[in-house]
Ligand binder design. Structure first.
Ligand SMILES: Cc1cc2nc3c(=O)[nH]c(=O)nc-3n(C[C@H](O)[C@H](O)[C@H](O)COP(=O)(O)OP(=O)(O)OC[C@H]3O[C@@H](n4cnc5c(N)ncnc54)[C@H](O)[C@@H]3O)c2cc1C
Length: 332
């Protein structure tokens, strides 16, 4: 693959692919570099012989006209579907329907819309960028074994990773280094028998329930294109922080026990779990406290959910904004 491009985008999550899509539509020769073996980032699905689970983002919503337009295209392409199942909230006393809103999921996996975007782009997978530098009007982007060059660069990765890649003297370094992102332990389990609950997704208000382990429970297989009894449990931020270095087995045990305690409270018998696995998201969620202004005068733009509300929609919009900044700058 060639090494010189108009723009290099680092990160093939929603922000990076959204930026790359806009830049390519504007006629730029774009290369996306992604450290993982697949695209999607935190819009992730774990697939094993026992089943599949969306263990990162659970669903997404659309408040802006821009994102709604994109979702309409994905719905037409059948890579996104509405999640009609009831979503509830638990405050320790009552199970209540959560605020009604349109929720969307990738179909048949959470990263399906990203795979559709990726099909139109040039992406190098398993390419972890370790260092970037600028000289003679071009950015050099290095992995362990390769170097690529481009006059323009988009960093579409979580804030702490941006702060590590940016040169210490870069004007955006200090602001990005201040953004904290919270971890989340996710557990994926299957139950041998159907568990009958009134919801497919549940927000657990961990402060009220006096049991701070869980923040979210979902019957993942209730989403379109899935089947079986596959559940996703997310630990609360406080619990994840306190148990960051626990082993996956310890985490599976704690989260399954917390779920069983809730089921007991709701009059359900203890389920038999099988096929349990855990994943630690070190940078699950986060949001810059103050807006970060960027002018791309050196051809560099940053994108990521943490710049725009910490959700899938924010990631998409931040990618559009990063592309706009670069296109405006290169037009002047
Ligand atoms: C447990 C959990 C639950 C969530 N639930 C929801 C939800 O219900 N609704 C919602 O809207 N949002 C949710 N989110 C947030 C949502 O997933 C994110 O907002 C969105 O996916 C972020 O996209 P992004 O492109 O900004 O970042 P990411 O998806 O993190 O993409 C960054 C990409 O960059 C790659 N990368 C990083 N460093 C390098 C490097 N040095 N070189 C090359 N590649 C690199 C990563 O591998 C990754 O693929 C959740 C997140 C988590 C973890």
């Amino acid at each position: 693959m060639k090494t010189n491009w108009d723009v290099i985008v680092i990160g093939a999550g929603m922000a990076g692919l959204s930026a790359a899509q806009q830049l390519r539509a504007a006629g730029k020769d774009v290369l996306v570099l992604e450290k993982s073996r697949g695209v999607g980032g935190r819009m992730a699905t774990r697939r094993t012989d026992a089943g599949q689970w969306d263990h990162g983002a659970q669903y997404f919503t659309a408040r802006s006209a821009t994102f709604r337009r994109q979702i309409a295209l994905w719905l037409r392409a059948n890579v996104v579907s509405r999640w009609h199942e009831p979503i509830y909230a638990w405050d320790g006393t009552t199970l209540q329907a959560s605020s009604p809103q349109q929720r969307f999921v990738g179909k048949p996996t959470m990263n399906a819309p990203l795979r559709a975007m990726a099909a139109q782009l040039v992406i190098e997978l398993s390419a972890q960028v370790s260092c970037i530098s600028r000289s003679c009007g071009a950015w050099s982007v290095h992995s362990e074994s390769k170097t690529w060059q481009a006059p323009e660069l988009v960093l579409a990765i979580p804030a702490p990773q941006v702060a590590r890649l940016l040169p210490a003297t870069h004007p955006l370094q200090a602001a990005t280094a201040q953004v904290t992102m919270q971890p989340c332990w996710a557990v994926m389990i299957s139950s041998k028998h159907a568990i009958h609950l009134p919801f497919a997704g549940l927000f657990v208000n961990e402060t009220n329930v006096n049991d701070d382990v869980l923040s979210w429970i979902a019957l993942d297989s209730s989403k379109a294109g899935r089947s079986g009894q596959h559940w996703v449990l997310h630990a609360s931020v406080a619990w994840s922080l306190a148990h960051l270095d626990d082993t996956p087995d310890m985490v599976i045990d704690a989260l399954c026990q917390a779920f069983s305690r809730l089921l007991k409270q709701w009059g359900q018998s203890k389920p038999s779990w099988q096929a349990a696995t855990a994943h630690r998201w070190l940078y699950a969620r986060g949001n810059a406290e103050a807006p970060i202004t960027q002018d791309a005068s050196d051809g560099l733009a940053i994108a990521g959910d943490w710049l725009a509300g910490g959700r899938v929609e924010g990631a998409y919009l931040s990618g559009v904004a990063a592309a706009d900044i670069l296109l405006t700058h290169s037009a002047n």
